[in-house]
Write a protein that binds this ligand. Structure first.
Ligand code: 4AD
Length: 431
């Protein structure tokens, strides 16, 4: 019976066939311990020379790390560890012998590993990260549907900027001149809410940011959510609900993976118990100044500032109502104080930094046009967007979460480049 490692608890004492790759091999001369991985998990297979034919034993002996193999044997519980199984091999087939696999089970430098990303993905740690990423994606989809959002896709080729013109990637586009790779699908799903009420997109976005930090990619995945009749307060509640849901699902479904990643899960459990902290931008600047930062009112928060604001916090911190001068044109002015906008950045704990940016959107046609003109943007290019304020404009809000930032926080991995299968950064385009 052919099965997968993740299903072995159903087959104790029975004969099964597993297919996968050799992660590791130890041999004592008459007994070989093969660590097999099949994508669903890892298992130790024991081959005893006296239990198999000479032909099989010689196949086992010549097998190397990353060879693809098929092993048939009897499933038993691991003698020492709970929830772990072993396979007592009876038969063994080498599918393909892997020769000189470049990544040995030893330390390699990050550049070497990144050059070999196509192979490095097979390592246990990278396997665990890919699986956490999948759970985070599934949780995001699940939470949003539970809140009445449906998925509406936004385009990648766009005629104009969503998040400032300095980080646009231009590409030649037939006779139209340049197209720009999307920085966020927000503007498009703002159009779609007038059709479906609440929706989200989830896909790759691009920023030509010359940042070499551990938190920046030039291609990353963003989920933009948008809802008609959602105002600032509810927007924050949805974001908090989403983050808690992702954490809950990650803790429930990724025990093995978080264990492999040596992730201390206590801080994550704590986040589930408490409400998130809220600071206005003004309060945040005051607090930062008291803590010794040289940040001035009107400036964006740097990495260190985010760290300072969250260092003693058990929960993420919303920084809301920023000065309008440092935020994009589409954010709604706060009626209580029109020098600021109804927005938020959500700063995670444990040094994970900003994971969400969101806001209530300007729904007044005249005010929006004024902001577009003030920013020096082309009125014509944004005509379709300002149209949305002409025909049944409603209060509405939304936010965007950076998938890899969230995966980085959940996994505790230091560098964001490990949180996406094939990272694109300022100095990496290959493989
Ligand atoms: O704060 P940002 O720029 O917000 C927007 O793009 C809005 N249009 C979203 C919306 O309201 N629908 O980006 C949102 C999130 C950030 O909080 C961060 O998590 C992530 O996207 N992000 C990046 N992740 C990796 N590399 C980068 N260069 C990133 N820039 C932003």
């Amino acid at each position: 019976m052919y099965t997968q490692i993740s299903k072995l608890s159903q087959y104790i004492g029975q004969e099964v066939t597993l297919k996968g790759w050799l992660n590791n091999k130890r041999s004592s001369g008459s007994i070989a311990f093969l660590e097999l991985r099949d994508g669903s998990g890892f298992i130790q297979c024991v081959v005893s020379k006296k239990e198999v034919t000479e032909e099989i034993w010689s196949e086992v002996e010549k097998s190397t790390q990353e060879s693809s193999v098929e092993i048939t044997g009897i499933v038993s519980k691991h003698p020492k560890q709970v929830d772990l199984y072993e396979l007592q091999a009876k038969s063994y087939k080498l599918i393909q012998l892997s020769i000189d696999y470049p990544i040995a089970n030893k330390d390699h430098g990050p550049e070497f590993l990144m050059d070999n990303r196509h192979l490095w993905l097979r390592s246990k740690k990278q396997w665990a990260i890919l699986r956490v990423r999948d759970v985070v994606i599934t949780a995001i989809n699940g939470y949003l549907h539970s809140q009445g959002f449906i998925k509406v896709d936004s385009p990648i080729f766009t005629p104009n900027a969503c998040e400032g013109t300095t980080t646009l990637f231009a590409v030649p586009y037939f006779d139209e001149g340049s197209a720009y790779l999307s920085q966020s699908g927000q503007l498009y799903i703002e159009a779609a809410i007038a059709s479906v009420g609440r929706c989200y997109d989830f896909g790759p976005v691009f920023r030509a940011e010359k940042s070499k930090t551990k938190r920046h990619l030039s291609e990353f995945w963003m989920m933009d959510a948008e809802g008609a009749f959602i105002e600032h307060e509810e927007n924050l509640q949805i974001q908090e609900g989403l983050i808690k849901y992702i954490i809950k699902k990650t803790l429930e479904n990724c025990q093995v993976e978080l264990n492999i990643l040596e992730r201390n899960i206590e801080p994550l459990k704590k986040v589930l118990e408490l409400p998130f902290i809220r600071l206005t931008y003004k309060e945040a600047i005051k607090k930062l100044t008291e803590l010794g930062s040289d940040i001035k009112y009107g400036e964006d928060l740097g990495n260190d500032d985010e760290g300072l604001l969250t260092k003693d916090s058990a929960v993420p911190v919303f920084i809301e109502k920023w000065d309008k001068g440092i935020k994009p044109f589409y954010m709604k002015l706060d009626q209580e104080d029109p020098t600021r906008v109804l927005n938020d950045d959500l700063i995670a704990i444990e040094g994970a930094g900003e994971i969400i940016g969101g806001s209530q959107r300007e729904d007044n046609f005249d005010l929006l046009l004024e902001r577009i003109r003030h920013e020096g943007l082309s009125e014509k290019e944004y005509e379709w967007y300002t149209d949305l304020r002409k025909y049944g404009s409603v209060p509405h809000s939304g936010f965007g979460i950076g998938l890899e930032r969230m995966v980085r926080w959940m996994t505790g991995v230091e560098h964001i480049r490990e949180c996406i299968p094939f990272p694109r950064t300022i100095n990496r385009l290959k493989p």
